[in-house]
Write a protein that binds this ligand. Structure first.
Ligand code: ADP
Ligand code: MG
Length: 225
């Protein structure tokens, strides 16, 4: 068995609220292998977003280790974390987080600008990715001119821009009606079948069915698999 692509080892996280430490994660241990399609579930406040953010290097653990593709996040500087996020992980959020003053194509190009991809290659890649997510004819539209489902497709195309091996999604279908949500999950399944490792959070058991493995969080701990 190859080394897991994501290793979470006894991770604890507390947030300081005034003088009081509020525990968000209380000893989470988890291995995810390349090509897995993993769903995190659990009630509101159980620590799902905290865990995704720590795996993504967007937040740091109070204790424990996180290793992504052999890189130990705990010992990384902010700069190293930014590079890791740029090349190893694509992020998708519930509210799409698109840049309002950028067209769909410019949004998809943005991570490639950061990765210093040349102008022509960037444009070609963005157009190809928008076609892949079924938005080939919307590349010059602004987010406000797109439906929620279309905006989420742009966000997926953007997440794929630098060919990351891992996709991390926090309630990506949360704001969508169920038909549109299913379409987004089918797209994620297709990406997973093409080899992408996906970790996603949902509240919706119908969306969780797309996953190969469901992990339940309760009060900052893994309940069962
Ligand atoms: P979930 O995504 O499962 O709803 P979160 O990971 O957002 O849960 O939150 C887990 C716990 O940590 C909750 O008790 C929440 O109030 C707390 N928490 C999350 N983020 C912060 C923060 N930035 N500051 C203080 N407490 C936080
Ligand atoms: Mg959350």
């Amino acid at each position: 068995m190859p080394e897991p692509i994501i290793i979470v080892d006894d991770v604890h996280k507390s947030y300081l609220m005034g003088k009081e430490a509020v525990p968000a994660l209380r000893g989470v241990t988890l291995n995810i292998h390349q090509g897995e399609f993993v769903c995190l579930m659990g009630p509101s406040g159980s620590g799902k977003t905290t865990l995704l953010n720590i795996i993504g290097g967007l937040d740091d653990a109070s204790r424990g280790h996180i290793i992504v593709e052999g890189e130990n996040l705990v010992s990384h500087t902010e700069n190293e974390l930014a590079l890791l996020r740029l090349h190893k992980m694509g992020f998708i959020f519930q509210n799409y987080n698109l840049l309002a003053n950028f067209t769909a194509q410019e949004n998809v190009e943005a991570p490639m600008v950061l990765a210093k991809v040349g102008r022509k290659a960037r444009k070609e890649k963005a157009v190809a990715l928008l076609e892949k997510v079924g938005l080939g004819d919307r590349s010059h539209h602004y987010p406000s001119e797109l439906s929620g489902g279309q905006q989420q497709r742009v966000a997926i195309a953007r997440a794929l821009a630098n060919d990351p091996p891992i996709l991390i999604a926090d309630e990506m279908t949360g704001d969508l009606d169920s038909e549109t949500g299913f379409a987004i999950m089918r797209l994620a399944s297709q990406l997973n079948q093409d080899g992408m490792t996906i970790v996603f959070v949902t509240h919706d058991p119908r969306m969780a069915k797309f996953a190969g493995r469901v992990i339940e969080l309760r009060d900052g701990k893994i309940l069962e698999e």
